[in-house]
Design a protein around this ligand. Structure first.
Ligand code: UDP
Ligand code: MG
Length: 311
């Protein structure tokens, strides 16, 4: 059976987690901004197992408005799994991915779409005046630097998920079946003709970010392990460097021994080299273990998410 050709022009995909505070206003402002462009619009709200009233709002508006579809996960699977589920449903020629907490402004979408239509496959929003505390800004900079060093993947910290993507881009991104699925890095990996547009950054309607440092750290580590084997190569490098130092040290010791310079054999040198080598060994085993763990996760081939309810 042939599926009918899609008529949808624009799909908006929003992962929603504990975002009841601003959700209604967001939907209202999206309607204002989008219907000025086209009537062939769909809005896909994926509730990532929120414990607040987010799903009540979603199911209510989805009942009232034809163009809104809601999906609820059976538990909290994570923002990027929610984005994946939304993208799988999206029918549009163009797809927008954005946050639910009004940090990504609906009013910026028409500009991004206009730019995309000039001949780009994706136009990514670059948030110019990022509204965050200095502490979280410093943390972000450090995070991206460490990530770059460990993975060799350069990411722009002012670019997130917010952007306009065309159908073939989304199709390719969905082809990537790996378990650790992280949208911005996937987009980066896919390539095609991408551009950016500077946008304003809104104030979050959530009192605090849904990410605590721990989960951002875990997200970063998972992405790193999924995308790069550079840490493995780094351990080989550092192993070689330490081995070289050890070799030189041994050479010097031998020369000194034969020339009679060593009277009392050093306890310090033995202990120091022991600690260095064991430290290195443990680190290396740890890193190898991490990759083995990731392979195990991938081989299990579990579903990325489980749907509880649909509208
Ligand atoms: N989010 C999600 N699942 C989660 C955490 C967050 O779907 O487990 C969604 C959230 O609803 C929002 C986006 O991801 O749309 C970004 O979350 P948040 O604003 O808390 O993070 P930050 O702005 O600090 O990146
Ligand atoms: Mg936010």
């Amino acid at each position: 059976m042939k599926t009918p050709k899609s008529q949808t022009f624009l799909s908006i995909v929003i992962p929603v987690y504990q975002s009841e505070a601003g959700l209604e206003e967001l939907i209202e402002r999206l309607k204002q901004a989008l219907f000025a462009i086209s009537t062939e619009v769909e809005l896909i709200l994926v509730d990532d197992g929120s414990k607040d009233g987010s799903w009540d709002i979603i199911s209510k508006v989805a009942e009232k408005e034809d163009f809104i579809r809601g999906l609820r996960f059976s538990r909290n699977f994570g923002q990027h799994q929610a984005i994946f589920a939304g993208l799988e449903l999206a029918q549009g020629e163009w797809v927008v991915v954005m946050d639910a907490d009004m940090q990504d402004l609906p009013e910026e979408i028409p500009m991004m779409l206009t730019k995309a239509q000039l001949g780009y496959d994706a136009v990514l929003a670059r948030r110019m005046d990022k509204k965050a505390t200095w502490f979280s800004q410093v943390l972000t900079i450090v995070y991206y630097q460490v990530f770059y060093f460990m993975s060799g993947i350069k990411q722009d910290p002012s670019i997130g998920n917010f952007g306009v993507y065309n159908k073939r881009m989304i199709h390719q991104v969905l082809q990537m079946k790996e378990y650790n699925w992280y949208f911005p890095t996937m987009v980066h990996w896919v390539g095609f003709n991408q551009s950016t547009l500077n946008v304003k950054h809104g104030v979050s309607t959530n009192p605090r970010s849904n990410y605590f440092i721990k989960s951002k750290f875990n997200l970063g580590l998972n992405t790193l392990l999924a995308f790069s084997d550079k840490p493995l190569r780094l351990t080989i490098k550092s192993g070689l460097i330490v081995a070289l130092i050890g070799f030189l040290f041994a050479l010097v010791t031998l020369i000194r021994y034969f020339s009679g310079a060593i009277v009392v054999p050093g306890y310090a040198s033995i202990i120091v080299s022991l600690w260095i080598l064991f430290g290195l060994l443990l680190t290396t085993i740890g890193i190898v273990g991490l990759y083995v763990g990731k392979t195990f996760e991938g081989v299990k081939n579990r579903p990325r998410y489980i749907v509880d309810q649909k509208t």
